[in-house]
Design a protein around this ligand. Structure first.
Ligand code: VGL
Ligand code: ZN
Length: 217
């Protein structure tokens, strides 16, 4: 795997998705060590690393607290999105919860994509927001750089990792999940397993971070 034509994409490795955070994912912080190892391997070979940051304004449409009478976990249709899941308030711009995990190696990261920053529109994918048509601009950056393969890790397997990987594959990039560097929400029940089988069925590959480091040239 040619590191110049490969991007490492770190999805939402933020405090609110880690233990103690507002929307804590089981062992969310376990992604940090394998992602740091991958990042270092990329940096040593002149490869690119990008990161996404869930970046919501207060009163964001994805927060249950923004809809009177709605509870966390409810699924509603909004003006722009059919089937929006309502979450606890999380990753509010400028708060500690929205910061990257303090142990995440950020030096090799040359692009940070902030998503879900518009009040009325959520974004799980690093490429398109939840209306499934508003681009974040990441596709253009990758195409401009001649990137052919994208390695994805981070949080959450069943939401932002899943939507990012599926879009990535649809956009024509070879798409690989660093299997030991993802953790999921698991809501609704079975969603992690479902996401993994859908990704595999779409032709997305799964390799451990060590295998990926060994293959990187
Ligand atoms: C995410 C739920 C809400 C994620 C973001 O990063 O997977 N999940 N916002
Ligand atoms: Zn969010």
């Amino acid at each position: 795997m040619d590191s110049i034509k490969t991007l490492l994409l770190l999805i939402d490795v933020q405090n609110d998705f880690c233990p103690g955070g507002a929307l804590a994912v089981n062992n969310g912080d376990a992604v940090v060590a394998p992602l740091n190892a991958l990042s270092r391997a990329f940096a040593e070979r002149g490869g690119r690393v990008a990161a996404t940051q869930d970046w919501h304004c207060t009163g964001h449409v994805s927060f249950a607290s923004s809809h009177s009478g709605c509870k966390v976990g409810e699924i509603i249709d909004t003006a722009l999105v059919k089937g929006q899941v309502l979450w606890t308030d999380h990753c509010v711009q400028g708060t500690g919860g929205a910061e990257f995990h303090s142990a995440l190696e950020l030096s090799p990261v040359s692009m940070i994509v902030r998503k879900g920053f518009r009040k009325e529109l959520d974004s799980y994918s690093a490429f398109f927001e939840n209306d499934r048509k508003t681009p974040t601009g990441l596709e253009g950056w990758l195409k401009c750089l001649g990137i052919e393969t994208v390695i994805i890790g981070g949080i959450a397997t069943d939401y932002c990792v899943f939507f990012s990987a599926m879009d990535c594959k649809k956009l024509g990039f070879n798409t690989i999940i660093a299997s030991d560097a993802v953790r999921g929400v698991g809501f609704p029940e079975g969603s992690i397993e479902k996401a993994i089988s859908e990704m595999k069925a779409a032709g997305i590959e799964f390799y451990s971070s060590n295998d990926l480091i060994d293959r990187l040239k």
